[in-house]
Ligand binder design. Structure first.
Ligand code: WA2
Length: 269
């Protein structure tokens, strides 16, 4: 009888964990696809039209109206690639000076990525050189070399201080071949479109709507380095005795990274 109870509980845990993992992966996927389409929108209406058909107001309006397509992002922004020799002219044209993530004047660098368009929900990103943050900088370099969606480590986001990950797509100048080399991609890079998955609050909101939510404890980890899993979501320390445990793999669309969901059943059964 005891064996049977355990078997049934285990079955329930596996199905609840798989349901949550598939739902989270699905929402990640649709969000990544929509940000990809936004990157193409920028290249089409900002770079292939003269003068550009996008300014801060149109970007803010369009991204607010389409935010339902990106349920796990707290907002999107576009950062323009600026070389050091262009900086003075750029700042004069914009009428503002770029700043670092720590809100200081940006020190001289070979190149910069100041945010020129932002959704109102992340207006605090405006004017910030995204290359001044370690995680964002790594994402920018990998995004433009690959032409694919890239994700950062989990880290504390600007604004909310919530645990999350940043998604970045490179925006290329028109005419880049589909089979372009890394050098050609870097050369043709015009800017970066991205946003942050606020995992701490938006995943919580997603999971809280599911039946049986009180009976299961969910953690999500970045396990890119298998020996050093990085916490991405969920309570820090396991509470109480762990009787049943299940791991579901997650695919968030960045082949460089690996993620997994770890579930524990907590209710008495
Ligand atoms: N977006 C939102 N919150 C953040 C953040 C970010 N990056 N970085 C730290 N907190 C404009 O890669 C280009 C968005 C980065 C895109």
């Amino acid at each position: 009888l005891r064996r049977e109870t355990m078997d049934r509980a285990e079955e329930r845990l596996v199905s609840m964990c798989e349901e949550r993992a598939r739902m989270l992966q699905e929402q990640f996927g649709v969000t990544v696809n929509h940000v990809h389409a936004l990157a193409i929108l920028i290249s089409t209406f900002h770079f292939e039209k003269f003068p550009s058909a996008i300014d801060q107001d149109t970007f803010a309006k369009y991204t607010a109206r389409t935010s339902f397509e990106r349920p796990l992002l707290n907002g999107v922004a576009y950062a323009q690639r600026i070389f050091h020799h262009e900086r003075e002219m750029f700042e004069n044209q914009q009428g503002w000076i770029m700043k670092t993530m720590k809100r200081q004047a940006a020190p001289p660098q070979d190149e910069y990525a100041p945010v020129i368009f932002s959704q109102d929900t992340v207006s605090y990103l405006a004017r910030i050189d995204m290359m001044s943050g370690e995680e964002d900088r790594e994402n920018i370099l990998r995004a433009r070399a690959t032409g694919k969606a890239v994700l950062t480590n989990p880290f504390r986001l600007l604004g909310s201080n919530h645990l999350g990950v940043v998604l970045t797509f490179a925006v290329y100048r028109p005419g880049l071949a589909a089979d372009a080399s890394v050098e050609e991609r870097v050369e043709a890079t015009a800017g970066y479109l991205g946003g942050a998955f606020d995992v701490e609050s938006l995943v919580e909101n997603l999971l809280s709507k599911l039946a049986g939510n009180q009976d299961i404890v969910v953690n999500v980890y970045d396990v890119t380095n298998a020996s050093e899993p990085m916490a991405m979501y969920g309570p820090q320390s396991p509470d109480g005795k762990v009787s049943l445990f299940h791991v579901s793999t997650l695919d968030f669309g960045d082949p460089f990274r690996a993620h997994e969901m770890r579930c524990r059943l907590v209710a008495s059964f």
